[in-house]
Each structure stands twice: as C-alpha cells, then as structure tokens.
Write a protein that binds this ligand. Structure first.
Ligand SMILES: COc1ccc2cc(-c3cnc(C(=O)NCC(=O)O)c(O)c3)ccc2c1
Ligand SMILES: [Mn+2]
Length: 252
C-alpha cells in the first residue's frame, strides 16, 4: 500500500502520479493486484461520494442483477445496482476528476504492464451493493478475452468495518494458495488483472457499499474481440483522450 505524499528523489521532485504509476507497475507485475490508499484525499474523495449519493437519490441506479436462470431458485449472483457515467454529465465533475486521475496513472504505466497496449477503457461503472445481504459470487471479470485487461476500482465507504458490515472483496489469485482480502475502505484504489488470473467475490454486505469501477482495454485483444463479435450488444466507452467509441460488451 502506498500513501499519498510525493517523494523527493535526488534533486528532482518525482510527480506523485509518476511515483504511484511506478508502484502500480511493480505490484501488478509481481502480484497481479495493487492497492493505493488516500488516492484523492479526504475532501476530494468526499465530493465524489456526495456526487454518487446524488446520482442514487435521482434514481439513476438500475438493477445490476444477474439472476441464476439455469435453475428454478432465483439465486442472486450479483446484488449491486449501478449506473454508467463518463463524467461529462452535469453534477459529475468530481467523478470526472477521479476518472482523469485513474487514466493519468494508467497512461504513465504505458508499455510496462505486461505486453498490454492500453488505449481505451469502459465508461465508469458507479455501483452500490444495497446492504441487503447480497454480494457477488466468485467470478472472473474477463474470462473469455473480451479485451479488458485491468480492473480499477475506487472505494467510497467511510468508516467501513468488514467484521460488522461484511462486503470484503476476496481475490483468489490463480495458482497460489493465498487469498487477498481487500477492505472496500474510503479513498482506496484497487487494480488487478481482469482475466482468469484473478477470480474474486464480494462477500455479502449489510451496509450500503459504493464503488466506481473502470476496465481498461488491451487494444489487440479488444480488436480481436470486436472482430469475433457478430451483432452482440455494444456499449459506449471512451478512449483515454475522451473520444466516445462504440465498444463490444462481454456476453454475461
Ligand atoms: C452488461 O452489463 C453489465 C453491467 C455491469 C456489470 C458489472 C459487473 C461487475 C463485475 N465485478 C464486480 C466486482 O467484482 N466488484 C468488486 C467490488 O465491488 O469490490 C462488480 O461489482 C460488478 C459485471 C458485469 C456487468 C455487466
Ligand atoms: Mn468483478
């Protein structure tokens, strides 16, 4: 975990995002997972949280529900409600600022995250697990090469106590007998490889649990996925300098 002060290296002040990007490259390469705390600082982080709560009050969150239709019991696979923003919507300027910080760090990792060439991303998914004891069963974000290579989640939950509220994110890195328990605490950013290397679950939660997720695309894998997609549903995403491009959505 890296806190937020910038480093004095030699005579030159290393920009904070350069330092954070270096840390992301190091952790993702070594562990496939990376956690950064105090990402925006309390006041900015609180402004993002207030924006998210306003979106929710405006009723913009839709059911993220994936119900297990294979058997009769409507066992909930995923209990979150969500909305997609690109930050240009009015009243989302702090979310836009968060997204641009996440993009800035990924851009500074260019060419150092395995052989990925990251040019584009999804819009930001603003999700809330409503605290009705639902979570998200163990899953892989991108099991079938839909192009997504890095999952980036920003947590907004002040005073979160997993022993009382649940909602732990548990990652089971493939081929290792360790489990990464990530508490969804306020102003924390989590990066992890989106593919089968990182099966993960959201443990059931009994308190409202907010997170903003962006998935970054590897251009080659995404191009292949687009070529393989015949008439599948698309949804919008932006490339890193903000142009809206139609994009292939993984069949879920
Ligand atoms: C086609 O439309 C959609 C729309 C939204 C979708 C959202 C997810 C998703 C995936 N992972 C997580 C997760 O792992 N969260 C970890 C955490 O919150 O700590 C999560 O909350 C949500 C998957 C597929 C979707 C498809
Ligand atoms: Mn996931």
């Amino acid at each position: 975990k890296q806190s937020s002060e910038s480093f004095q290296t030699g005579s030159m002040l290393t920009s904070r995002f350069d330092m954070l990007a270096k840390y992301v490259v190091e952790c993702l390469t070594k562990y496939g997972v990376c956690v950064i705390d105090n990402f925006l600082g309390d006041s900015k982080g609180t402004e993002v949280l207030e924006e998210v709560k306003r979106l929710q009050r405006k009723g913009l969150f839709t059911e993220g529900q994936l119900v297990n239709s294979t058997n009769s019991t409507s066992q909930n696979i995923r209990g979150d409600v969500l909305t997609w923003v690109d930050g240009s919507e009015n009243g989302c300027c702090n979310t836009h600022f968060l997204i641009s910080c996440m993009d800035d760090i990924i851009l500074r990792c260019a060419g150092q995250l395995e052989s990925y060439d990251i040019q584009e991303r999804t819009k930001a998914m603003v999700a809330c697990y409503p605290g009705n004891k639902t979570g998200y069963i163990k899953h892989v974000d991108n099991p079938n090469g839909d192009g997504r290579c890095v999952t980036c989640i920003y947590y907004l939950n002040k005073g979160w106590d997993v022993t009382k509220h649940g909602g732990m994110l548990r990652i089971y890195p493939e081929g290792q007998d360790l489990v990464a328990n990530i508490e969804p605490t306020f102003d924390r950013v989590l990066y992890f490889w989106s593919d089968r290397r990182n099966p993960h679950e959201v443990r059931e939660t009994i308190k409202e649990r907010y997170a903003i997720t962006i998935w970054y695309y590897d251009s080659k894998e995404r191009r292949n996925a687009l070529q393989n997609s015949r008439g599948k549903n698309l949804f919008f995403f932006r490339n890193l300098d903000g142009n809206i491009i139609l994009n292939f959505c993984a069949k879920l």
